[in-house]
Design a protein around this ligand. Structure first.
Ligand SMILES: [Zn+2]
Ligand SMILES: [Zn+2]
Length: 331
């Protein structure tokens, strides 16, 4: 997909707020269906999954024992992210340089002409850099637990309450979307103050100026939770591969962290803050034909809701609130 296509998709997002697009967004659906299906199959592990209490973070190692035994050696994907021909720092091209670019040894997905450029860029790149496992990428095996389903449903409701209020205040009119202070709605506070249950908390949140950007970290947390749920509820390897290919093929603007699709799909819990930002921003565009990747419209609706929240809240500060003050409204 070209840059233009996904930018176009993003531009239509705020319009989406005003036209009750989210009628199709049913909180908790999609993943609930998979949970129901798992229960119906009556597999012995299926019933245990729902009661299991796990203290470990939900990484690809989340499931231990038998579930991992079917990961054959040949399933491990040892391909590295594709080589880029431009230095991330000074933007020099490989032709000018006359030698191959150096690869970031940690993520393998950032390229520099030399160590000086790499050091200079690190201040920015550290938010986008996450480990590319030295052993290669194993297919993710994440259980759909009751905790995961409940947590996704809870976050869906928080986002939906805010979107419904935005929609109500804008009277379905796109021009009104710009007039309201979406960050100042009472319904925005639960997003701003969101705390996930311990097993889904992301430990690598950046130390941001939280007073100036109170929504950034919550949105990163939501993106990670949704991505874990997405990978968990799509065990079909073909669907995952399609999604991975789509992710890798999107041409991103330079301010977004580059994504390597196969890594996103096999390490959904272990990405960098910047990678979660990028995923949340491009997800609606990547899922334009949700049925092809085994999704339904309502699952895509969840990602659209998050992308709208990002667009409306990302740079928003939270205005000082006095008791009983009313949120900004439109005529
Ligand atoms: Zn350079
Ligand atoms: Zn890196």
């Amino acid at each position: 997909m070209s840059t233009t296509t996904w930018l176009y998709a993003l531009l239509t997002l705020s319009a989406a707020v005003g036209i009750s697009y989210f009628l199709g967004f049913k909180p908790g659906s999609g993943i609930s269906k998979v949970l129901a299906a798992t229960a119906l199959n009556g597999s012995p592990s299926g019933s245990e999954q729902h009661d299991a209490t796990h203290d470990q973070p939900p990484t690809q190692d989340y499931v231990e024992g038998d579930a991992m035994q079917d990961v054959e050696e040949e399933e491990i994907d040892r391909r590295l992210p594709p080589t880029q021909d431009q230095c991330l720092c000074c933007l020099k091209k490989v032709e000018e340089l006359g030698k191959p670019m150096l690869r970031c040894s940690q993520c393998k997905n950032a390229f520099y002409c030399n160590n000086v450029c790499q050091k200079q860029e690190w201040k920015r790149h550290k938010f986008n850099c996450s480990l590319f496992p030295p052993e290669g990428l194993k297919p993710a095996r994440i259980l759909i637990t009751k905790e995961l389903v409940d947590e996704v449903r809870r976050v869906d409701e928080i986002l939906k309450a805010w979107l419904d209020r935005v929609s109500e205040l804008t009277n379905g009119l796109q021009e009104n979307v710009e007039k309201i202070n979406a960050a100042d709605l009472p319904e925005a506070l639960p997003i701003c103050r969101l705390e996930l249950i311990p097993q889904f908390q992301y430990k690598n949140l950046p130390q941001l100026q939280l007073e100036r950007h109170p929504f950034r970290n919550p949105i990163i947390q939501i993106a990670r939770l949704y991505l874990i749920a997405l990978v968990a509820s799509h065990p079909n390897p073909q669907h995952r591969k399609l999604l991975a290919d789509k992710l890798t093929s999107v041409t991103l603007p330079t301010h977004l962290a580059p994504l390597y699709g196969p890594k996103v799909m096999s390490r959904p819990a272990d990405l960098s803050p910047g990678e979660y930002d990028t995923f949340a921003e491009i997800a609606p565009a990547v899922m334009v034909e949700p049925e092809k990747v085994g999704m339904d419209e309502s699952e895509r609706g969840r990602w659209i809701a998050l992308a709208v929240a990002m667009k409306k809240l990302w740079n928003a500060g939270l205005a000082p609130r006095t008791a009983g003050s009313a949120p900004a409204v439109t005529p």
